[in-house]
Design a protein around this ligand. Structure first.
Ligand code: BTX
Length: 331
């Protein structure tokens, strides 16, 4: 652990004085370790993906890595207390949610696992989630909330509210939330959320909120090109993923604390309603082989859908196993 802290400190110093060379001697003085130790850790940081120049008699200088989500690039911009204060980064992994599951309680609350690509990214019900290298945000937030397991689905609503409002604020496009777990724009999917948990009947061991956002992807495979879009496709230019990640985590933490500490999900539900893609619309509710049509009349304080069904009866729909489709296509 100490060595990781030391490497984070090296990155912080180099980042704070970007463009400047800092001698090995100064780093060794500031961090109270030998120059050889500094040199050793600089080499490890390079292997992790940081671009650090070294020039004889001048020292070390970090090269801005605009395209990466390396922890050292994120930590300095984070404005959270706990969420994302520990970031585990991969260039490539099967699935960030699976990594969290494998590590389970070894991870600390608030840890964020992030990867440049996922080889086996997953959606709900065993569906695949395309996660091409460097093009999106593929991350999992690991949490240990003291709430009843049935309340766990509210974390999906919190994440959806955080992602949707952040994209609106940072990028300026009118994204909408397609209950329960997608963020859409122009009827296509920009982001999907997969919440999974390990729990007993009345206690959550841990909960994983997986968030996949298509940020700079320009081409989608044929299978998903009808349903998928990205921020870059929609606005015609690439977007800095770091700004998005750090802002999403900030809003997520605010809404999460409202829920866990103050016991209030009101703000989250208000966002989910304000930016809902399906409120006051007719949709099909698909559960296995059954399809039912109805009008969405509310999103309840519990985060469920209140529907007026074709037979005139009102029905509360919980997220779990249902898919929601617009009558003419995806939304
Ligand atoms: P979902 O089941 O609602 O959506 C999956 C469906 O979305 C697929 O069947 C396909 O049609 C479509 N799809 C696949 N890839 C994409 C994409 N990149 N963009 C838009 N549509 C797509 C949504 O599940 C939940 C996705 C969560 C992904 C995150 S990424 C980090 C974490 N790790 C992991 O393995 N999953 C989560």
């Amino acid at each position: 652990m100490m060595v990781i802290i030391l490497r984070n400190d090296i990155i912080e110093i180099l980042n704070n004085r970007k463009g400047e060379f800092i001698s090995g001697e100064e780093l060794s003085y500031l961090l109270k370790v030998s120059r050889t130790a500094i040199w050793k850790h600089i080499n490890i940081l390079r292997k992790e993906g940081y671009e650090i120049e070294s020039v004889h008699k001048k020292g070390y200088r970090i090269v801005e890595n605009y395209n990466s989500l390396l922890p050292g690039e994120l930590i300095g911009r984070l404005q959270t207390q706990t969420i994302g204060r520990n970031i585990i980064y991969f260039e490539s992994i099967d699935s960030t949610n699976d990594y969290c599951k494998q590590k389970g309680n070894d991870l600390s609350h608030g840890t964020v696992v992030i990867s440049e690509e996922q080889l086996l990214g997953r959606g709900r019900l065993g569906r695949a989630w395309a996660s091409p290298k460097g093009e999106g945000i593929w991350m999992s937030i690991f949490l240990k909330p003291h709430i009843p397991p049935l309340e766990g689905t509210k974390l999906t609503q919190i994440a959806a509210a955080a992602v949707c409002s952040t994209i609106r604020n940072v990028v300026g496009i009118d994204t909408l939330i397609k209950w329960p777990n997608d963020i859409v724009f122009n009827g296509k999917k920009l982001c999907g959320i997969l919440t999974e948990m390990s729990a007993e009947l009345n206690e959550i061991h841990y909960l994983i909120v997986g968030v996949g956002i298509n940020v700079n992807t320009l081409y989608f495979s044929e299978e998903i090109s009808d349903v998928a879009t990205s921020i870059a496709v929609e606005i015609g230019k690439t977007v800095d993923r770091k700004t998005l990640v750090t802002n999403i985590l900030k809003v997520f933490e605010e809404l999460y604390e409202d829920f866990i500490i103050k016991g209030s999900i009101k703000k989250t539900i208000a966002i989910c309603k304000e930016f809902s893609a399906i409120l006051n619309k007719k949709v099909n509710i698909i559960r296995g082989n059954s399809i039912k049509e109805g009008l969405v009349i509310d999103i309840t304080e519990e985060g469920n859908l209140l529907m007026l069904m074709e037979n005139g009866e009102k029905e509360v729909i919980q997220s779990g196993e249902v898919s929601v489709r617009g009558l003419n296509g995806y939304v």
